[in-house]
Structure formats: C-alpha cells, structure tokens
Write a protein that binds this ligand. Structure first.
Ligand code: URP
Ligand code: ZN
Ligand code: ZN
Length: 463
C-alpha cells in the first residue's frame, strides 16, 4: 500500500449518523483509510486529534463575497472570505452569480469565476440568481445545470438593485427546474407591502432610527411571501428552498407544506437563532441591519425547534460583510444601511456552543445541519459532507473544551465589529483541512491562496 500523505490520529470521528474512534488516512486529497493505529510512512504528516472531534468540514451554502450592494462592495473578497471560512472550520462555500437583466446567466457565472477562481482558499461553488425570464433564460437553465450549477436563487424583493423576480418568473423557473432536477432558492419578503411600510416609517426616521428597519418589516411580510412561493412550488412540482428564514411563521408555513408533500426545504442563520431586534435600539443598532432583519425571541425559539424537528434542515450564514465605515453611510436613515454582516467564520463554533452545549443537540445533528444536509441538498454528497472512504479530505479537528471569546480584532474577516462580540464559546476548531491540506490552525489561516477549486455540482439534491 502506498504511503499516506496525512493521518489524523486518535480523534472521535463524527458523521451525521455515527460517532466512533479511529484514525483518518488521507492520500491525494481523499480519505483512503479509516482504522485504528494507521501506520505513517517517512513523509506522512500527522495531526493529533486526541480528545477532539473530527467533523466533516462545514459547508456554508449562503455567502456573498465582494458583492456590489447598497452602493458599496461587501468587505470580504473571495480571498479573505475563504480564509475566514477556513479559520472557522468551513471547507466549502457557495456564493452567487447574479444575472444582469437582458444578459445571459452564463455571463454572470463567468464573471464571478474570473473574480473567484485564483483567489479562493477552499472549494467553492455558485448558485445562479435569475433576474430576468425570457426564452433565452429558459433555454439556459439546462446549460447552467449541466455546467455544474443545479441551484438557482430568486429575490422576491430588491427592485432597485434590478434583482427582483416577480411571481410569473418564479412560477416559470420552478416549472423548468422541476423537469431538470434543479431547485429554486428564494429570498422571501412581500415587496409591495414592504416598500409601502418602509416609506411610511421613513416619514419619521429621526424618531425611529435603526429600529425603523424592524418596524417596516413585520413578520407577516416574510410569512406571506413564503406561503406564496410554496404555492408556486406546489402547483408546478418544483423544489423550493427558503434562504435565510427568520420567522416562526415561516417555519410553520414550511412545516405545513412539507406535511402535504410540497418539496420545500429551509435554511436559517445564527443571527436569527441567537439575536433579537432589541439590538436595533442600541447606539450601534444600525450595524445589525440585515435583510430580512433579526426578529423576536419567539421567532428564534420556533427556528430552534424547527432545527430540532426537521422543519429547518440547513444552517448557513448569509455572510455579507460591511464594516463600520460602510455602515455609516446610513447617516440616520434606516433605508440607506448596507444590509449584511460577517458570519462564516463563527458559524460552526457558535452552533456547537449554542446547539450542542446549551440546547442538547447531538454532535451528529450539528454535523447534519452545517455539513451533511447542505452537501446532499446542493449536489455535493458524498464528496463533501461526510467522512467516508473516497470522500474529499475536508475535515475539521474540533476541540470541545477550547474556550474562545469572540472578538472582531481576533478574527480573519475584514470586519471591525462582530454581531457576537464578547460571546463566550466552549468548543472551537483547532485544525481545518481542505482536500488533505491543513489550511487553518487555531483560528489562523495557514493555507495557500488559490488552493480552492470550483465545484461542479450534481442536480436532484434532496434529503
Ligand atoms: O442583508 C443581506 N442579507 N444582504 C445580502 C443580500 C441578501 O438578501 O441575501
Ligand atoms: Zn437575501
Ligand atoms: Zn443572501
């Protein structure tokens, strides 16, 4: 047998279904051996995982690196964003190629690849965001899926950015992707009511400050849009994925639809699970503005329940980093805040501390939410999302006893603030491995720029 490149020794291997003690042997970027006391050759590297977990690498299926948005560009580019991901135990990210109205989707894909390919430090893929629907777009869907992008995104808001898809487009896209095994992710908010309420609260923007962001986006605006999108999925037979779901009402709607057999899945994010809209009342409340915005404690409670009972299958971050300088553009007008926050670097340890440590989730369930389910739903399994012979050696050695306090200044992200500043974590990644290469150690990036590869993903992802 040829010499192994790397052995991760004496750890507790965790998959979505199993926990057991073994060494992991790696050759040419793949897991080739799982067993006790694997023998190193003279050139084999060793990572000691004694008293630590070995998780499959985290997969964050929702990030926006270097996104032109709100008159600026998100502060983590593909290089720094993927470094931050690696530092936090994430070995795969999915970003977005957003079609320009009147142009081919493939143009956006090629442009995004030109921005990302030479910079990424871990593997990455793209979703294609559809902003226009015509016979060319319809014909392109198959081409895009064959290219390795089986997942699409449609925004039910963002008229001003030129990104909004109306119901007819959504219906058509669900119908077309249903034939081909693709799925449609939606940013679900009710655009007309939202725009009306935003202008209503903007009349008194000095009175409300950043809290106006919350007042103008009540929970029913997300609920209504989710129910509407679910109806289009139901009648077309399309597969729907609700991105960044922020409300308890949304979780109820997904639960009810799944019960009657609609193919709908949902994602939520740490900010919706762990923060509530009181944050907007603080001096720096505007920093927390995301879209959809952070809701109420009862929403978080319902979302946690959804993660526990299967109504919500994926945790991702919607990372869209804006630093304090960029956020200052709001200047007292909540309509002008660049929406978004950092997240990819803290997702895995936050979900461990809060999910496993405080809410009794098993480590296996954690792995299913941040790695295995995303890999299955997004066409990457079993190359990604598990620890098995033949899978990519994307691994995280995770110390369940490591105590870390979140501080923006200690993180890799290009952000000078953090929504979880001062939060105490118990459990942190100590080593992140991407296709057999150590890319981060103890929260610091040690890999190579450009090591990441574009992932050609498969259609028909489901759980
Ligand atoms: O606030 C956010 N989420 N910014 C990025 C765009 C989006 O809606 O996902
Ligand atoms: Zn969105
Ligand atoms: Zn997003």
């Amino acid at each position: 047998m040829s010499e192994l490149d790397l052995i991760i020794k004496s750890g507790s291997i965790v998959t979505a279904v199993d926990t057991y003690n073994a060494d992991v042997g790696v050759k040419d970027g793949k897991i080739t051996t799982l067993g006790s006391n694997l023998s190193p050759g003279p050139n084999t590297d060793i990572v000691d995982a004694t008293e630590k977990y070995i998780f499959p690498g985290g997969i964050d299926v929702h990030v926006h690196f270097q996104l032109p948005f709100s008159g600026t560009v998100s502060a983590d580019d593909f290089e720094n964003g993927t470094k931050a991901a690696a530092c936090g135990g994430v070995t795969t990210i999915l970003d977005f190629a957003i079609q320009k109205k009147g142009h081919a989707i493939m143009e956006a894909v090629e442009a995004r690849r030109a921005e990302a390919d030479s910079k990424v430090c871990i593997d990455y893929g793209l979703h294609a965001a559809i902003t226009d629907w015509n016979p060319q777009t319809q014909a392109e869907i198959k081409k895009i899926i064959d290219y390795g992008i089986p997942t699409f995104k449609m925004f039910m808001i963002y008229k001003n950015e030129g990104w909004m898809a109306d119901d007819g487009m959504l219906f058509n896209a669900l119908e077309e992707t249903a034939k081909l095994g693709g799925h449609i992710g939606v940013h679900a908010e009710s655009v007309d009511v939202l725009d009306m309420l935003i202008e209503r609260y903007a009349q008194e923007k000095e009175k409300w400050g950043a809290y106006g962001h919350t007042l103008s986006r009540p929970c029913y605006t997300e609920e209504e849009a989710i129910i509407r999108a679910i109806k289009w999925a139901e009648v077309t037979g399309g597969q729907l994925y609700i991105v960044h779901m922020s409300t308890g009402e949304g979780a109820d709607a997904v639960h009810n639809a799944r019960k009657r057999g609609v193919k709908v899945y949902a994602e939520t994010c740490p900010q919706y699970l762990l923060l509530d809209d009181e944050v907007f009342k603080g001096e720096n409340g505007h920093l927390y503005a995301t879209c959809p915005q952070i809701k109420k404690p009862h929403d978080s409670k319902r979302l946690w329940k959804g993660l526990a009972n299967g109504d919500v299958q994926v945790v991702a971050t919607d990372t869209c980093t804006f630093d304090t300088k960029q956020k200052a553009a709001w200047n007292g007008d909540f309509r002008k805040i660049p929406f978004g926050m950092p997240g990819v670097e803290t997702m895995v340890p936050l979900m461990y501390t809060e999910g496993v440590g405080k809410r009794g989730f098993t480590v296996n369930h954690l792995v299913s939410l941040v790695s295995t389910n995303p890999a299955k739903l997004f066409g990457m399994y079993p190359e990604k999302g598990t620890i098995a012979i033949g899978s990519d050696a994307d691994l995280v050695v995770f110390d369940p006893k490591e105590e870390v306090t979140i501080k923006a200044e200690n993180l890799q992200t290009n952000c000078d603030w953090n929504p979880f500043e001062g939060w105490k974590l118990i459990g942190y990644p100590t080593t992140t491995i991407s296709r057999g290469k150590v890319v981060a150690e103890n929260g610091k990036f040690v890999g190579e720029v450009g090591h990441g590869r574009f992932l050609k993903r498969k259609p028909h992802g489901k759980l």
